[in-house]
Design a protein around this ligand. Structure first.
Ligand code: PGA
Length: 256
């Protein structure tokens, strides 16, 4: 795990955006995994501003609410098209987001896994982290080997996400999410976390034991996981001085 701590979300995002842009150069037909929520918004703005060539890029999103019509403003379909896809000219057929309105959800989850395999696997996955340590919507106690499937949101996550809805009662209880096993197969994982409300989940994920009680902690087992933090999200890390030193003293040949 590589921990990159910058003072502000803007600077941390710039570093992450450069790592994503490098993949566009190295592999113009890359497969990218995307996340929703407040955290990646700055990254999406940065990627739009970079005017990259998205014509051969394929994308898979982490998750989607079950039962929200895709045109609902809070569906993750709406979120992704509004905040990223409509601005970058990606062909619609290259975009994959779990179908929260599928008649046969287990079958649609199996198909999603097949589509990821058919695309050659995910080269780079963007992740946020929940205040309860979730990645995707893999809530605490999710199997660390899980695949794309239905999950039930915790009261904490529904409360956290209520800010996007008229009331907490409107937040769906159920979601489809890529599994932790699915996320662990991405060749690179970039996790972003900003703000003091993420500090505890980040400290547990980075420095705590690997446990399904903090699903993000499994990234300690990933061969290429980077964690981009602002100072507030890094505030509870015990070894932050070391992480800062490592980043500031990277050899020239060792780019992010
Ligand atoms: P947030 O959500 O970016 O809105 O804080 C993160 C997450 O739930 O993964």
């Amino acid at each position: 795990m590589e921990i990159i701590i910058q003072e502000t979300p803007e600077v941390a995002t710039d570093v992450a955006a450069r790592a994503v842009a490098r993949l566009f150069q190295e592999k113009p037909n890359a497969v990218l995994g995307f996340a929703t929520g407040s955290t990646p918004l700055l990254l999406y703005r940065a990627l739009i501003a970079m005017k990259l060539d998205w014509s051969r890029i394929t994308t898979f999103n982490l998750d989607e609410y079950i039962g929200l019509p895709i045109e609902h403003p809070q569906s993750y379909h709406s979120f992704m098209w509004t905040n990223l896809f409509q601005h970058v000219g990606i062909p619609k057929k290259n975009v994959h987001i779990p179908d929260g309105n599928a008649k046969d959800i287990p079958q649609s989850c199996a198909l999603y896994e097949q589509q990821i395999r058919d695309a050659g696997g995910i080269d780079l996955q963007i992740l946020g982290i929940g205040t309860d340590g979730h990645i995707g919507f893999n809530e605490p106690t999710s199997s660390l080997a899980s695949r794309t499937r239905i999950k039930t949101l915790t009261p904490q996550t529904r409360q956290d996400n209520a800010r996007f809805f008229a009331s907490e009662a409107e937040v769906p209880n159920h979601v489809i999410t890529m599994g932790i096993g699915t996320i662990m197969e991405a060749r690179q994982n970039l996790m972003l976390a900003f703000g003091a409300n993420k500090a505890q989940a980040i400290a547990e994920a980075v420095e705590g034991p690997i446990t399904s009680l903090n699903p993000a902690s499994i990234l300690q087992m990933h061969p290429d996981a980077k964690v981009f933090l602002d100072a507030d999200a890094a505030a509870q890390l015990k070894r932050s001085e070391y992480y800062r030193w490592v980043y500031d003293n990277k050899p020239d040949w060792q780019h992010l």
